[in-house]
Design a protein around this ligand. Structure first.
Ligand code: WT7
Length: 673
């Protein structure tokens, strides 16, 4: 059952306000709203001076920068351009000789529950040794390295080692298919792939190396000279002589010391592919200096991270959240963090709560989808309800990836946070590098379902198609009016697409268009003492879906479907609200043969789902597949997606259908199989 409109309504009427306790405010780094306002005022008064101060205080520079922001080739902005640094040195070397040196950097819990710990000192040695192994394979500053790995210490070591030698990494989520991996290897022109033989998830052993081989065999990957394989399990895998090496072989006799390679602040630290509304996934390119500044600073601001904290971000390193809040931010902040290999429901849906208790996690950061599925599990099995564990170590909770519905927010607040922990509902994107609109735990009065206020220095606004401000209370498009240090620099290999996607000419060509709709309340929440309007994200305004916090382009799924040329003539993909996954993928398909019904329809639908899983990955499988003799089109032949969205939601069609070439098709597509 879907109740999207009721969920949306309850956001609209949301009037519960949760101010931070006096004790939380007193102890926080940004202590109370006046402290937040003071930072915003500093940014408003002297924007460049504000960022320059923060960059000096938070980043270790090898050569200090003298220029803060260069707008001369906007929207290709440059930050701290003549500064020189190394990201890995900022995450590891900076702690040597401080109390952090012998502190635990990573507590790794494997799928089967086995725990290993690594200190900062040990991590530096492992990263340095791995960096030397990369160098020994001829990998140099500026080369691209694809990382296709499970969650574990090795994945973080691989990312940090690339950063250490100035190689640009591109992590591909381990759930993506051989084809998706190959496309990314080709686009990035990668010289090496770092992978694992297998990955362990929910007690199952899944191949990874075999998928790398399959991807490379698809062609165009001649640039790949090296494949490094972490042998995660004892199972055999196929070796390509000359190209493949195990981690053990690659690390043998390599020194555990490696001087960090100095790079310019604008040097591309990584490329991360994400879905857009059209065409192939885009390689979002991030800088070194600006990105690192924001990774470190948002750890301090949003999570108010302190020396005794145990931080746990449940995101995979294949997503931006796993870059900023696993591989870089926590290390730059000198925090102890938990890294988890497995899935939240194995061996049962109490795994997260059990791990929070076991590792005394104090700052916990996860996605609404996970929360909703754990609510459902706890509702049907009291044994996995969080009340069965002692979660008193928690002090801050976070949410990321999609809007959190107030019902899930309240459950998270009550049953996980014991009504004691602020929830930071962090709005951001692959392109923003780190949080941009979020509450601050020791300052912002919380409203369930609202990401509240922009971080200091982030000039977020809501505008119309021409870039003009929309009055508070009305909805519009979310933009950020000034460049900020951790923003996307370009789309790898496609600067035109970068400009077109994010800096529309109609808005003047220099303000960043997020691609989300948003509303800002008129004034702050009632009785909170805050007079700024709060932001609420209403969802994507382009053809991008958000399924379980994973970003999927409708066009990408359509292309995958029509690539099944023996079967599919035409396909259109839309999203519909789903209680568990936020949005669900709904595909309308016209076959090259007669429209199937009954058992045949179910069979073909399954065949198509498996096909999409092979083309992109299981996360892109359409939940609903409906067959028609045709798709609803205008007389000029344009597919009317608006109508398809209504049909997918099971709504009565109230829109004008008079321009439709073939109105009878609507009834047919309304039928489920
Ligand atoms: C899209 C970005 C942010 C890292 C993980 C996803 C949606 C993200 C929130 C939030 C409402 C959110 C937006 C955004 N989104 N966080 N707190 N509230 N919506 O990164 O894959 O680049 O997706 O996720 O629609 O545009 P991403």
């Amino acid at each position: 059952m879907n109740a999207p409109s009721s969920a949306i309504e309850s956001v609209l009427v949301e009037n519960r306000v949760f101010p931070p306790s006096a004790a939380t405010v007193a102890a926080a780094r940004i202590a109370g709203m006046p402290a937040y306002e003071a930072l915003c005022a500093e940014a408003a008064r002297d924007y460049e001076g504000f960022w320059a101060r923060l960059a000096r205080d938070n980043v270790r520079w090898i050569e200090p920068f003298t220029r803060t922001l260069d707008e001369s080739s906007a929207p290709f902005y440059k930050w701290f351009d003549d500064g020189v640094l190394n990201a890995s040195a900022n995450c590891l070397d900076r702690h040597i000789g401080t109390p952090v040196e012998h502190k635990t950097a990573i507590v790794f819990e494997a799928d089967d529950g086995a725990v290993t710990r690594v200190t900062y000192r040990e991590l530096l040695a492992r990263v340095s040794q791995f960096a030397n192994a990369l160098k020994a394979r001829g990998i140099r500053k500026g080369d691209r390295v694809v990382i296709y790995m499970p969650m574990g210490v090795e994945g973080v070591v691989a990312m940090q080692a690339c950063a250490r030698i100035g190689a640009t990494h591109s992590v591909v989520f381990g759930g993506f298919s051989a084809k998706a991996l190959q496309e990314r290897i080709v686009d990035a022109g990668a010289v090496a792939v770092i992978t694992a033989s297998y990955q362990m998830r929910g007690g199952k052993e899944l191949p990874l190396k075999a998928i790398v081989d399959e991807g490379i065999a698809l062609g165009g990957c001649e640039s790949v000279k090296t494949v490094l394989v972490h042998e995660r399990t004892a199972s055999a895998w196929n070796r390509v002589a000359g190209r493949d090496q195990t981690f053990v072989e690659a690390l043998q006799d390599r020194s555990t010391e490696c001087a960090p390679e100095p790079v310019g602040a604008e040097h591309p630290l990584f490329i991360l592919y994400t879905s857009g509304s059209t065409g192939r996934p885009k390689g979002v390119q991030h800088s070194t200096g600006g990105y690192l500044l924001w990774a470190k600073l948002t750890m301090d601001w949003t999570f108010d991270i302190r020396p005794g904290d145990v931080f746990w971000c449940t995101a995979d390193i294949g997503w931006i959240t796993g870059h900023t809040y696993v591989a870089y931010g926590p290390l730059a902040a000198g925090a102890t963090q938990v890294i988890f290999e497995g899935v939240p429901t194995y061996p049962n849906a109490g795994r997260f709560w059990q791990m929070i208790e076991r590792h005394q996690v104090s700052v916990f950061y996860t996605a609404p989808t996970a929360i909703r599925s754990l609510i459902k599990a706890a509702d049907s099995d009291a044994a996995v309800h969080p009340r069965n564990w002692n979660l008193s170590s928690l002090r801050i909770l976070g949410s990321v990836g999609e809007p959190i519905n107030p019902e899930a927010w309240m459950w998270y607040y009550t049953h996980v946070g014991g009504e004691r922990c602020p929830i930071v509902d962090t709005f951001w994107q692959t392109e923003t590098g780190g949080h941009v609109i979020t509450p601050l735990p020791g300052a912002t009065p919380l409203v369930p379902g609202s990401c509240t206020l922009p971080l200091p220095g982030i000039m977020a606004a809501i505008v119309d198609e021409t870039g003009h401000d929309i009055p508070d209370g009305a909805g519009g498009m979310l933009v950020i009016k000034r460049p900020w240090p951790s923003m996307i620099r370009t789309i790898w290999g496609d600067p035109d697409r970068f400009v077109k996607s994010y800096f529309p000419e109609e808005m003047g060509g220099t303000i960043y268009l997020a691609g989300d709709g948003a509303v800002r309340s008129a004034g702050g929440p009632a009785g909170s003492g805050v007079d700024r309007g709060y932001f609420r994200i209403t969802g994507r305004i382009d053809d991008v879906l958000n399924v379980s916090g994973h970003r999927m382009g409708t066009m990408e799924i359509e292309s995958a479907l029509v690539a099944k040329t023996d079967l599919v003539a035409e396909a259109a993909v839309v999203g519909r609200p789903d209680d568990l996954t936020g949005e669900a993928i709904c595909a309308f398909v016209v076959l090259k043969r007669a429209r199937p019904t009954g058992e045949e329809a179910r069979q073909i639908a399954n065949e198509l789902r498996n096909w999409v899983a092979k083309e992109i990955g299981p996360i892109a499988k359409p939940k609903d597949i409906r067959f028609g003799d045709n798709l609803p089109k205008t007389r000029s032949g344009k597919i009317m997606r608006r109508l398809l969205r209504s049909i997918a939601r099971g709504e009565q069609i109230t829109q004008d259908t008079s321009t439709l070439e073939n109105p009878a098709i609507l009834d047919q597509l309304g039928q489920t199989n």
